[in-house]
Design a protein around this ligand. Structure first.
Ligand code: NAP
Length: 461
């Protein structure tokens, strides 16, 4: 072994260890920043180590790639705000998938030129290009749905599942043929094309609000594509980092679907989550307590304990700073204020944590579902800020409801509930919410941020 090979090996071991520590750090809000830094350091060491590889003869193309890649990265982070993180992640997965796929195509031709393409290498390259191209198009479709460039409603047509099944069968057949007899550029490019098509046809039937699950699954595919690249190129660091990436994306998808009490099959093939709120027509016909900002202020003035439940509407209205200011006003009056954070509130894991952290709400004020659910019965007032499904008692009581079984907050047990939303429309699941019609619930209708600012002024007055 030459000294540069030893150095390269050491870099890779160190980078792998840093990636593991990064994932460990990302498991909690207090350690997440440190975890990210360790991950970035690991990536830097892996890249610098790779640049020392003795088989690299010239650096001009690498430098051009670095400039273009950094330019795209800076543009993405400058143009897409943190609150639109799923869109950012979808874009970065699209580029990651494309990079793996293009490396696969280049390696295929290189191996063909030198005349030795083993079955194992062919299999790894086949996986790499199929998953890489699939991730590329699937991520762009997910991005377009989140951005509203295509409808967020599931796009379905007759025989869709059959078409997808046939495409999957064609991909397996092409891969088997390539492994049995490596080479065949037409079959290889056919497999690439199927990957591109499956990315589109697989994501179109999935509702816009399920895109976070799709994105974390794409994360998993991109990781597996990178892992396959590692096998094809004989690169240990790609195998390790791709496997970590693939496994973490898959675990996150499982956690998300568990928190929604939905199966993978329901998410991927169930066409769940439409833009239309079917509950609306019935909801307007039922009686509810519409309240004013003054009414809400009066309830808060009489409260000693308050729990805030943020949901997707807080993100839409960008009300996190107003939420923090209202909590500060209440705390100055001696009120104990806590935040209840549901694992799938909003549209991505940690969505509420990110927004509240941006508004400098202290981590120790945030409580997860199991840690706070028993407190509602002894709470004076709950403020529901643009949340709906995560406070819907139907998830506990109505076995016929699509959200039955999803763990939800026991909001209805508190003395008063103040709901801030714009209308009586349903949330993501389209299910009517009985909480809004209970005698102890006050509906303060309007944009959450405006209502919160009004409530702060009311408390000051
Ligand atoms: P939700 O059920 O989608 O309800 C959000 C509510 O916010 C809506 O009812 C809407 O009512 C209100 N809203 C929207 N804009 C508003 C504004 N400017 N001001 C005030 N209110 C506003 O949200 P959620 O309770 O957070 O539940 C999340 C849902 O997303 C769950 O069903 C979950 O399963 C799903 N999901 C989450 C994830 C994740 O990782 N977090 C992933 C996939 C799916 P109006 O229109 O009447 O204002």
């Amino acid at each position: 072994m030459t000294p540069s090979e030893v150095l390269l090996g050491l870099c890779y071991v160190l980078a792998s260890a840093l990636f593991v520590l990064c994932l460990r750090g990302l498991a909690g809000p207090e350690t997440a920043r440190r975890g990210l830094l360790l991950g970035q350091l690991g990536m830097l060491i892996a890249v610098v180590g790779t640049l020392l590889h003795r088989e690299i003869l010239r650096y001009d193309w690498i430098l051009a790639g670095l400039v273009v890649g950094s330019g795209i990265g800076v543009a993405i982070s400058a143009r897409i705000p943190m609150t639109k993180m799923p869109e950012r992640i979808a874009m970065s997965h699209a580029f990651g998938g494309l990079a793996s796929a293009l490396v696969g195509v280049a390696e295929f031709h290189r191996q063909m030129d030198v005349g030795h393409l083993s079955r194992f290498e062919m299999g790894a390259l086949g996986f790499e290009v199929f998953l890489g191209f699939l991730t590329f198009t699937a991520s762009w479709v997910a991005y377009a749905k989140l951005r509203g460039l295509v409808t967020g409603a599931p796009i379905t047509y007759r025989g869709q599942n059959l078409v997808n099944l046939l495409l999957a069968a064609a991909a397996v057949a092409a891969l088997a043929l390539l492994v049995a007899s490596p080479g065949h550029p037409y079959v290889f490019y056919g497999l690439c094309a199927i990957g591109l098509i499956v990315g589109v046809t697989g994501v179109l039937p999935i509702g816009g609000a399920d895109m976070p699950v799709v994105i974390s699954l794409n994360n998993s595919y991109a990781g597996l594509a990178a892992c396959a690249t590692g096998f094809a190129l004989g690169s240990q660091i790609l195998i390790v980092s791709g496997a970590l990436d693939g496994a973490s994306g898959f675990l996150l998808s499982i956690l998300m679907s568990k928190a929604m009490n939905r199966s993978f099959a329901n998410i991927l093939f169930g066409a769940f989550g439409t833009d239309v709120a079917p509950a609306h027509a019935q909801a307007v016909a039922r009686a509810y307590n519409e309240a004013t900002i003054e009414d809400a202020g009066a309830v808060l003035r009489a409260s000693q304990t308050v729990i805030v439940i943020p949901g997707y509407g807080m993100a839409v209205s960008q009300a996190q700073h107003a939420v923090r200011d209202l909590a500060a006003s209440l705390e100055r009056r001696g009120v104990d204020v806590k935040y209840a954070i549901h694992p799938v509130a909003g549209r991505m894991p940690g969505h509420m944590n990110v927004l509240l952290a941006e508004a400098n709400v202290a981590y120790d004020r945030l409580f997860e579902l199991d840690d706070i659910n028993d407190d509602f019965a002894r709470t004076d007032a709950v403020i529901v800020v643009g949340a709906n499904d995560v406070v819907n008692p139907a998830a506990k009581k109505d076995a016929t409801s699509p959200i039955y079984g999803m763990p939800v907050f026991n909001v209805e047990q508190s003395r008063s509930v103040i709901v801030l939303k714009r209308s009586m429309n349903a949330g993501f699941s389209g299910v009517e919410n009985d909480l809004f019609f209970q005698p102890n619930t006050m509906m303060v209708l309007g944009d959450a941020k405006k209502t919160l600012l009004g409530m702060i002024a009311e408390l000051r007055a």
